[in-house]
Structures are given as structure tokens and as C-alpha cells.
Ligand binder design. Structure first.
Ligand code: CU
Length: 105
């Protein structure tokens, strides 16, 4: 009996450690020329989805790296491929900045 409980517990632990955590989608809202939230924590493989609620276009741009175009009243996303701390901004409104802390998976 005790042996069976141990076996069940071991099986559960093994399954949890074998199944990698699901990739998440992190939503950022753009409103009145600002990213909200301005700082997010993510993992490699996660998706960041920006919803631009403004009536003007914005971008989510990492200097020398990726660039996501966000026309007015649209949503666009990007899958994070590299770990690290990145700062992104809007090419049209350089005062708009935000950051993503990307942990390895
Ligand atoms: Cu902008």
C-alpha cells in the first residue's frame, strides 16, 4: 500500500518535470502613447501581444533587432527568441519606451 503511494507520487513528480511549462502570451496595451504595463517578465518562447488602442500607428522596436508594426486599432504579436533584458520603443514616438526581462526557458 505504502509502496503504491510512493509510486504514484514519483510518477507525478516525473511527469511534472518532463513536461516543460507552457509558453505564455503576455498582453501589452498601448493607449495614449504609452505601453501598459511598461515592464514585463517573460521567458524564451513566450509571445508578446500588443493591442494598439490609439488612433495613430506605433511600433514595438528593439534597436538593431526586431520591429513590430502596430497600425491604429490593431493587435500584433511577436515570439521572444532570445533571453536577456531588452528595451523597446516606438519608432514614431521615441519617448515611448518599455522593457522585457526575458528569462531562458
Ligand atoms: Cu508611437
Amino acid at each position: 500500500m505504502r509502496r503504491r503511494i510512493w509510486f504514484a507520487a514519483l510518477t507525478a513528480i516525473l511527469m511534472l518535470s518532463l513536461c516543460p511549462a507552457q509558453a505564455e502570451t503576455i498582453r501589452v496595451v498601448i493607449e495614449k502613447l504609452g505601453y501598459e504595463p511598461a515592464t514585463i517578465n517573460a521567458k524564451v518562447g513566450d509571445t508578446v501581444e500588443w493591442e494598439n488602442r490609439d488612433v495613430i500607428a506605433h511600433t514595438a522596436t528593439v534597436r538593431g533587432d526586431w520591429d513590430v508594426m502596430l497600425p491604429a486599432k490593431t493587435t500584433a504579436s511577436f515570439v521572444l527568441k532570445q533571453s536577456g533584458d531588452v528595451e523597446y520603443y516606438c519608432r514614431f514616438h521615441p519617448n515611448m519606451t518599455a522593457r522585457i526581462a526575458i528569462a531562458p526557458r
